[in-house]
Design a protein around this ligand. Structure first.
Ligand code: SD4
Length: 317
C-alpha cells in the first residue's frame, strides 16, 4: 500500500540487510536505494555466502554474482566478478550508465575499476580459507542444503510469532544468498540479489542470483520476487519471473511461491530431496509470502508494524 513501506530479505541474516534498507524506506526514500543498501550491508559482512568473505570456487577464488531491478524494468547485473567488494553497486551502475544489463568476469571488473570501485586483494577470509582447505581433502562437489534443526514446522508460517534464528548442524547461522525486495512510501517496488554462489563451484559457474527472471524479478504493477537455493533448479524454471506471473494471475504471494516450488519439484521429485530452493514474494499491496522445497528456509520482514521479524517458510517436502 502506498505510504506503508516494507522490506523483505531471505534468511535470518536478512536482519543485516533489512537493518540497512529500513532507514531508507522509513525516511521516505526509494525502494531501489533501500535494496542497494541491503546488498551493501550484507556484502560488508564476513560470511560464507555473500561478498568477498564467501566460500571460493574449486580453484580457490571468490567469484561474485549480483543483480538489481527497479520499478520501471530497469535492471543491471554482474556475474563471475572477482576482487570487487560491492557487486550490487556495480550492477546498479551497469543499469544506470550503460546500454547493457549484464557484464561478466574480467569485463565486469574492468568496468567496476573504471567507475571507482577499488580492486581488493583477492585473499580468502579466514573462514573461507579453512573451509576451502577442508573441501580440498575430498574435493567433492556436493551442494549442501540448509537443514533446520530443533524447530517444528510452524502451523501457520505467516502468523505473527517471531521464530528464533535457525542454526545449521555446524552451529553457523542459516546464512546464504541474500535477496531483498522492497516497497517504498510511493508504492514502488524494487529488488536485489547478491551472492558468492554455491561454495566450491566449478570455475566460471554462474547461478541464478545475477539472472533477471531467475534469482530476481520485479514488475511494479504486480510484485517483486527473489530467492535462494540451488541456482540451476531456479534458472531452468525462470523461478522469480514465474512467481511474479502467478501473482499476476491473482494468487497470493505465498501461493505463488508454492506453485513455483511445485513446478521445480515436479520435474524430478527424487532429486528434489537433495536440494533447497526458497522464494520470497512481495506484492504491490505490501503482502508477503514465501515457500521452499525443504524445511529450513526463513526470511526477515521489516515494516512500521513488523519490526524486524524472522519467519519460517512453509515447505513442500
Ligand atoms: C546460487 N542461488 O549460486 C545461489 C546460491 C544459494 O543457497 O542461494 N545457495 O545458485
Amino acid at each position: 500500500v502506498a505510504g506503508q513501506p516494507i522490506v523483505v530479505s531471505t534468511w535470518d541474516s536478512g536482519t543485516i540487510a533489512n537493518g540497512s534498507a529500513w532507514p531508507v524506506l522509513q525516511s521516505g526514500g526509494k525502494a531501489i536505494d533501500a535494496v542497494e543498501q541491503a546488498g551493501i550491508a550484507i556484502e560488508n559482512d564476513i560470511n560464507c555466502c555473500v561478498g568477498l568473505g564467501g566460500n571460493p570456487d574449486r580453484d580457490g577464488r571468490v567469484t561474485l554474482d549480483s543483480c538489481i531491478m527497479d520499478d520501471r524494468f530497469n535492471c543491471g547485473s554482474v556475474a563471475f566478478l572477482e576482487r570487487i567488494k560491492h557487486p550490487v553497486s556495480v550492477a546498479r551502475k551497469i543499469m544506470e550508465i550503460t546500454p547493457h544489463v549484464m557484464l561478466v568476469g574480467e569485463g565486469a571488473q574492468q568496468f567496476a575499476v573504471a567507475n571507482g570501485f577499488p580492486l581488493e586483494s583477492g585473499k580468502l577470509s579466514a573462514d573461507a580459507d579453512s573451509a576451502y582447505k577442508k573441501w580440498l581433502i575430498k574435493s567433492e562437489y556436493k551442494p549442501v542444503i540448509n537443514v533446520e534443526l530443533n524447530q517444528k514446522k510452524p502451523t501457520n508460517p505467516n502468523n505473527k510469532k517471531t521464530f528464533a534464528p535457525n542454526k545449521l548442524e555446524n552451529g553457523a547461522p542459516n546464512h546464504d544468498t541474500m535477496g531483498t525486495v522492497a516497497l517504498d512510501a510511493s508504492g514502488n517496488l524494487s529488488g536485489m540479489c547478491t551472492t558468492s554462489g554455491m561454495g566450491f563451484k566449478m570455475r566460471g559457474r554462474v547461478g541464478d542470483s545475477p539472472i533477471i527472471g531467475a534469482g530476481l524479478y520485479v514488475d511494479n504493477e504486480v510484485g517483486a520476487v527473489t530467492c535462494s537455493g540451488q541456482g540451476e533448479e531456479v534458472i531452468r524454471m525462470c523461478g522469480s519471473h514465474l512467481v511474479v506471473e502467478f501473482m499476476r494471475q491473482g494468487l497470493s504471494p505465498k501461493e505463488a511461491c508454492r506453485r513455483a516450488i511445485e513446478r521445480i519439484v515436479k520435474r524430478d521429485p527424487v532429486r528434489a530431496r537433495d536440494f533447497q530452493v526458497g522464494f520470497i514474494a512481495l506484492n504491490k499491496q505490501g503482502e508477503v509470502g514465501a515457500f521452499s522445497v525443504q524445511k529450513g528456509f526463513n526470511y526477515t520482514v521489516t515494516s512500521a508494524t513488523i519490526p524486524q521479524q524472522i519467519f519460517n517458510a512453509d515447505y513442500y517436502l
